[in-house]
Design a protein around this ligand. Structure first.
Ligand SMILES: Nc1ncnc2c1ncn2[C@@H]1O[C@H](COP(=O)(O)OP(=O)(O)O)[C@@H](O)[C@H]1O
Ligand SMILES: [Mg+2]
Length: 422
């Protein structure tokens, strides 16, 4: 018989006044050594994991659980949720201490502990032992972190691992997910769309679906929790990861370096993006703004061009054209680039090729990385490819990057042109 002592669902109802929805019940009652849960955004992953870790902690004195997330901020989300639940519950009397520094730890009187850690500096986790590890947004934690450091943490006690996430490429998360589907002993896997959570607004979900399009990558990955084939992606996610490095921008101009610039000019609701690469293909400057007067746009582009003495291309399609002209009149010369399906395809192909050859490096700019991930080809009714971000997406960062890369590729011409005007 299920009682609160053996069932996390009843435990949560009785002591935390929290009623799991049906899909959360399935997860909370699952048994397995490695449990992998692919679930859409706002499914209720963090709340379910908070309850899950609390139940385990009460049931198993003298155990250590780690909640590990890709970043420090994310790791504190479940931790804060746990504290929020405890604050309204009789169980808060069992808290021995709460520490926040150097990282969050919750210790109960019966000596079970919950630690919250981030996986970005995963080497710091080396040598820690755990009875149980919960990976929140697991798919965004690097393979190396999981295989080299997190899995070995469980070796001492033959511990349990729970991974919960929206999907992201085909990495460790995908691998354990598949093992569960294939019935490998000890592995259990689930997949739930965001709509499984009855507590979020279904109008919101419907709006997202029509905004992005039912067949869009973003809808399928983030809300349906589908694993998408890398071949359906213009920029496979492992490819994006392979060119991302941690560094600060802007990187100041070096005397001996040559710089290449790409500018995508805002049309209606989108953004103007200015990107500068150095001669090694490293992104050294990024700027993005919208809803600014024409003169502001011209001045910003002119200032950045002068700052780096950069060569390159500017989108001269539509409203981009008068901007290009105004710059030229100011003595700031960038090559005009007219976007067509073919010309876009060409610069996107060049960008992808450069990424494959590791000839470019970008820092962690969330807007840029997000646009690269979801950049997709859309079929026209005529059957030809239309290379464009869908409505509701932006591709301005990608196009600015592609223009800068294209400028660097055509540098012979750019240089000789420059000599002409000197
Ligand atoms: N069982 C539940 N009962 C009530 N509200 C819930 C429940 N599970 C999730 N929610 C609510 O749904 C939203 C998303 O939950 P969250 O755990 O943050 O999702 P995720 O981590 O999947 O993004 C939050 O507003 C949360 O309070
Ligand atoms: Mg969450």
């Amino acid at each position: 018989m299920r009682t609160w002592k053996n069932d996390p669902v009843l435990f949560a109802e009785k002591f935390f006044n929290w009623t799991a929805h049906e899909a959360q019940k399935t997860i909370l009652r699952a048994k397995g050594q490695v449990i992998t849960i692919a679930a859409g955004r706002r499914f209720g992953k963090s709340e379910a994991m908070a309850i899950d870790s609390l139940f385990y902690s009460f049931k198993h004195p003298q155990t250590i659980q780690f909640i590990i997330a890709p970043t420090y901020d994310q790791s504190t989300v479940i931790f804060e949720t746990i504290l929020k639940f405890l604050s309204k519950s009789p169980w808060q009397g069992l808290i021995e201490k709460i520490k926040y520094s150097p990282y969050p730890i919750l210790k109960f009187l019966h000596n079970s502990e919950i630690h919250a850690r981030s996986a970005d500096k995963y080497h710091n986790l080396r040598g820690r032992k755990a009875h149980r590890v919960i990976l929140d947004e697991a798919a965004f934690i690097k393979d190396e972190a999981v295989y080299e450091v997190i899995e070995p943490m469980l070796a001492d006690y033959n511990g349990q691992m729970i991974k919960i996430s929206t999907p992201y490429g085909k990495n460790h998360f995908w691998e354990t997910y598949m093992k569960g589907l294939e019935g490998v002993p000890g592995y259990v896997s689930f997949q739930f769309p965001s709509s499984a959570n009855p507590y979020i607004s279904h109008e919101f979900l419907e709006a997202k679906k029509s905004e992005y399009g039912e067949s869009s990558l973003r809808w399928r990955i983030e809300y349906l929790a589908e694993f998408v084939d890398e071949q359906d992606l213009v920029f496979p996610w492992h490819l994006i990861d392979s060119v991302v490095e941690d560094y600060q921008i802007p990187v100041s101009k070096e005397d001996n370096s040559v710089y290449y610039m790409g500018v995508d000019v805002a049309k209606y609701e989108d953004w103007t993006v200015i990107i500068v690469l150095n001669q090694d293909g490293k992104l050294v400057y990024f700027e993005r703004f919208n809803r600014k007067p024409w003169s502001y746009v011209v001045n910003r582009i002119a200032d950045v061009q002068k700052e780096y003495n950069a060569h390159g291309y500017i989108d001269a399609t539509g409203v981009g054209d008068p901007i290009w002209e105004a710059l030229t009149e100011k003595g700031v010369y960038l090559e005009p680039f007219k976007f067509t399906s073919q010309s876009k395809q060409q610069i996107i192909d060049t960008l992808r090729g450069k990424m494959e050859n590791k000839e470019i490096v970008i820092p962690r700019i969330p807007e840029l990385i997000d646009e690269l991930r979801y950049f997709e080809y859309e079929m026209r009714p005529t059957g030809t490819m239309k290379l464009e971000a869908r409505y509701g997406y932006h591709d301005d960062c990608v196009m600015a990057l592609a223009l800068a890369v294209y400028g660097a590729t055509n540098k012979q011409e750019a240089k000789s042109f420059n000599l002409d005007i000197v």
